[in-house]
Structures are given as structure tokens and as C-alpha cells.
Design a protein around this ligand. Sequence first.
Ligand code: CKP
Ligand code: MG
Length: 312
Amino acid sequence: MDVITFGETMVNFAPTAAGPIEMVPAFEKRIAGSETNVSIGLARLGHRVAWVSRLGDDGFGRFIYKTVRGEGVDVSAVIFDPEAPTGLYFKEYLGGGRTQVHYYRRGSAASRLRPEDVDLARFPQARFLFASGITPALSASCRETAERAVESAAARGVTVVFDPNMRRKLWREEEARPVLKRLAAASHLVLPGIDEGQILTGSTDPERIAEGLLQGRTQAVVVKLGPEGAYYRTADGDSGHVPGFKVEQVDEIGAGDAFAAGLMSGLLDGLPLPEAVRRACAMGALAVTGVGDYESLPYRRDLEAFMAGTAP
Ligand code: CKP
Ligand code: MG
């Protein structure tokens, strides 16, 4: 196994047309969740990745399980919980590539994830643990799960990659800030957007954000700048700006997850950080070119063609 991820994946009901949700005639059943988006991105590039979670023991849970497994992700540690349903989430397309999300996930099976569910000893070869700031927002046991997983990974020499993924619909800034700060400082690599950087450091300047987050265990910070690319800075004092790739944005959701997958993929392939960041930017760009949170993630050949500018 190269990478371990853990967290909630929901059934995503995606409207078949843009417009206010009350006017939309139908929804398509898909899946979505930061950690499975990351996992699928990695698996499609040929890496070995495991996703750990709880699903409801229901049709929606089985749909998610089969879809993730079908993408080549190890789901052997996923638990079907008979006492709680699979979480759901509806999207609303606002036009211009902008999307709003509506969660129906309180009390879901995944919100009952607990520390012993994420047993890193099952995956002794793992190089990376990917943790997202969504998990600690779901419940007290999820918060404990995230904190314990990060600590135990670090103790085993596994590199922890943390995406703060602030979700205002799940918790307030005041509640989130100390938790996300703690998780960031406990992680080796932190991947904030500007908005998350501001919550964590008070600044909207990428250099300030990176500087502010280089503390504790953190060895590198990569600040995501959307179409403008990314800014990285390491504890050794290396820093730089990597330009983004121009694409037509259809659905903005999932870009950050694709970015995380691209970055870990590059590092697993032994690329120097700036080149891994470039791969991350390409993945983020491709993720927004189609509908769905993971569907437009590329296979390796497509990614290479896109980065070389030779894609059809
Ligand atoms: O930050 P991103 O747009 O990459 O994250 C998107 C995912 O897990 C999405 O798939 C959704 O299910 C979620 O974030 C979430 O819980 O909001
Ligand atoms: Mg994100």
C-alpha cells in the first residue's frame, strides 16, 4: 500500500440541470467524499491506496463500496454499520461552474467512525496518510479518530498529508480553528487554500500563510491558488510559485482532492517538490473540467498528455 485515507463518502445526488434545487426535475446518483476522491485519483495513476470508513448497511452503502472498489481502491477495512445510514449530499449548480452543496449526513454511519477503525498496522508498507479537516467536523469520535490516526502515522514514520478542507456548513470557524491548527501542526505536509490559510493564520497572502503554518511537524506547506497554480515553501527555506493550467471550469468541487492526489503521486514517483506541485496543479485543473467530484480525474496516460500539451 502506498497511501492510506480515511473519512466519509456520501451518495452525491447531482442535478441533471443547472438552476435552483426546487426547479430541478431529477438527480443522478453518484458518489462523493474528499478521501475517496483522493483515493480514486491515486488509483487511476497506478498507486496502491486504501480507504477506511463506515458505510450504512444499506443500498447506498453498497453502491459506494462497489464504486470505490471498482476504481481499484482497497476497501478491505471499510465497516458496514447496521445502526446508522449512509450520508447523502445534494448539489445545486449555480451557473458559471459554481456549485453549492447540501448535506444530509448528521448521524451517518461515517460520523460514528472511531479511532480503532483506522488500524495502520493493517498497512505496514504505507508511505502516506491523507487526512482531511472534514473528518474532525463530523463528530467527537471522528475528531478523535483523525487526531489518533495522524499521531500514530507519524510515530510509524508515515508521512502525513493534511488538507484543512474547512466546511462552514459543518462547524463554525471558532470551533474549527484550534482543531485544524493542531492537526496541521501534527502533519508533515499541509495543503490549504487561501480561505483556509486565512482561518489558520489570519493572512490571505500565500507567503505569510506558508510561513505561519511551518511549525510543529510541518516540513512543507503548499498553498492552492486555483487557476493561478500554487505556492510552496519548505522548512529548509525552499519556496516557489508554480503556475496553473488553463481549463474551462464546469464543476469546481473536487479540485483540492485532485491536487492532493497529484502531489502524493509525484512524491511517490520520486519527483522533487516543485514538480510534484506541478502535477498537483494539473490534476486540480482536470478535476474541474467535468461534472462530478472525481469522474474527470485522469488515468496516467491522459495526465501525461495534458501536462505535455498534447491531449486531444
Ligand atoms: O475541497 P474539494 O472540493 O476537493 O472537496 C470536495 C469533497 O467530501 C466533496 O466530494 C464532498 O463530498 C466533500 O468534499 C465534503 O464533505 O464536503
Ligand atoms: Mg478542499
